[in-house]
Design a protein around this ligand. Structure first.
Ligand code: ZN
Length: 314
């Protein structure tokens, strides 16, 4: 697939929906449930009785209702973004050998998986909203010829999907082909001496620009990497170093508990697709659970949660 206009992009995606999102976007195979966080190693280190916690979001009577939900480890972090062949071949270097913070191919692939998961998430969102809009149009509840709230919403989701695809197309796909992995930059550190309790594979814009315009992104992976070790990786395109470093500064300039708190706050404030060990969540008070869940919903609606001590996730 080559650089394309948004309308062409969306019509191509409509015919390819559910298909593999490999780098060239040409594979005709159906996508399978692939893990964005390594299931066998990383999630196994935080599970209890084969389960982990995630922040779930349900819509009840038109209002979003967040909750802390236990989900099976096999299902956690999965996305329908790649076919079995591409999932295995693209990520071979991270799925078949232990993660090394000095291996730039591995660091690139960890980030590439997060970007690909995000691409799948936003495409799925765009398709779903578009379908809802078309249904309203076909029932005569909304005019296709006049601006309407559902029409605008469908357009915004499309712009987001198109933006994320253009981001991967410009900054990640060429590196996958050329293997010039050093063009993606990383800040890597570890928490050592404690049992891992959190895993994440997240992608977010650090610009707060409207979708459709070029943006700088940050990719955050938190990977339980040993019985008493968690590896944290921030990744970004070299062209976005300045903005990404500014965004990660509150975490990078802290040490110890302060660093864990800043990372927790960033996760709650910006990210999704993070998973918590039942070992720690079950020990939280009801008030703390409520504070964390409410802060997540606040950030979904664009406001910054208050910096209270209960937002510490580690
Ligand atoms: Zn494929």
């Amino acid at each position: 697939m080559t650089e394309t206009h948004i309308s062409d992009f969306m019509s191509i995606q409509k015919t390819r929906y559910g298909k593999c999102l490999e780098p060239k976007m040409e594979c005709g195979n159906d996508a399978i449930r692939a893990h964005s966080v390594q299931n066998a190693t990383a999630l196994k280190l935080i599970e209890e009785s084969n389960h982990v916690y995630e922040i779930g979001m349900k819509v009840v009577a038109g209002k979003p209702e967040p909750s802390l939900d236990l989900i099976g480890r096999k299902k956690a972090s999965t996305f329908l973004g790649l076919c079995a062949n591409h999932d295995a071949s693209i990520f071979k270097a991270i799925d078949t050998k232990p993660l090394s913070p000095d291996d730039i191919e591995q660091l690139f692939l960890v980030a590439y998986r997060s970007v690909t998961r995000e691409l799948h998430t936003v495409l799925e969102g765009a398709m779903r909203v578009q379908l809802g809009y078309q249904m309203l149009v076909s029932k005569g509840k909304v005019s296709a010829d006049k601006p309407s709230a559902p029409g605008m919403e469908a357009m915004q989701h499309m712009m987001k999907a198109w933006s994320v695809w253009k981001y991967r197309y410009k900054f990640f796909d060429p590196i996958f082909e050329s293997k010039k992995y050093s063009q993606i930059k990383h800040s890597v550190f570890k928490f050592e001496g404690e049992q891992p309790c959190l895993a994440a594979s997240s992608f977010f814009s650090v610009d707060l620009k409207p979708w459709g315009k070029p943006f700088a992104a940050l990719i955050l992976n938190i990977i339980p990497s040993g019985p008493t070790e968690t590896t944290v990786i921030f990744s970004y395109a070299g062209a976005h170093s300045g903005r990404a470093r500014k965004y990660t500064a509150p975490v990078m300039t802290q040490k110890g508990e302060g660093r864990k708190y800043e990372l927790s706050y960033m996760l709650i404030n910006r990210a999704e697709n993070f998973f918590l060990s039942p070992r720690i969540v079950d020990a939280w008070s009801g008030k703390k659970k409520e504070t964390v869940v409410n802060a997540c919903i606040q950030s979904v609606f664009g406001s910054q949660p208050k910096r209270v001590s209960d937002l510490m996730l580690f």
